[in-house]
Design a protein around this ligand. Sequence first.
Ligand code: GLU
Length: 211
Amino acid sequence: MCGIVGGICKNNITPVLVDGLKRLEYRGYDSAGIVVLSDENQLSRARSVGKVINLEKNIQNKSTPVEGVIGIAHTRWATHGEPSTSNAHPHICNGSVGVVHNGIIENFLELKSEQQTQGYHFTSDTDTEVIAHGIHKALQNSNTLLEAVQLAVQTFEGAYGLGVVSPKHPEHLIATRSGSPLVIGIGKQGHFIASDQMALLDITKNFIFLE
Ligand code: GLU
């Protein structure tokens, strides 16, 4: 289980998220990634194997800027699927749901075969990808991203801390946890989430610890 940082703020959130990931580096991890909602309301993603500095360089070299006011970022400690760029988080379904996940979805094989039957295409070997597809499926029967996440998590067995964003609901970032830690940080410039308050100490000292 490794690190999550996310948030909604008034300015470009990317430097805040990268800085938050650096503060979680002491935990050890094998890869790192970020996705933000761009000004064009697209999910703009960067993922790299190795240190957060590799991710930072990757972001700088991207032809499409990884910039936006809502975003989620992750350092991964692989449990299912080798350390690789395609297994690094965030995972995205059909350009419309982006997810970072700490923990393990125990029933992912069962969910994966169900989702494959429904036509979902998998691009990683992780347990996490079923979360992105599950929320995408639930969005079809939901009015809000919150409702979709609430529906989808009912099908997950295991431990999770999640950050979820969607261009279909660009004003929201959904955070939820079961078994894995997650805090909300209330800052002057925005609201943030993290798997460990350490990640946000530069921004705020005002935390809500999710039960
Ligand atoms: N089980 C997930 C994976 O292997 C998340 C691992 C983590 O918590 O970093 O991708």
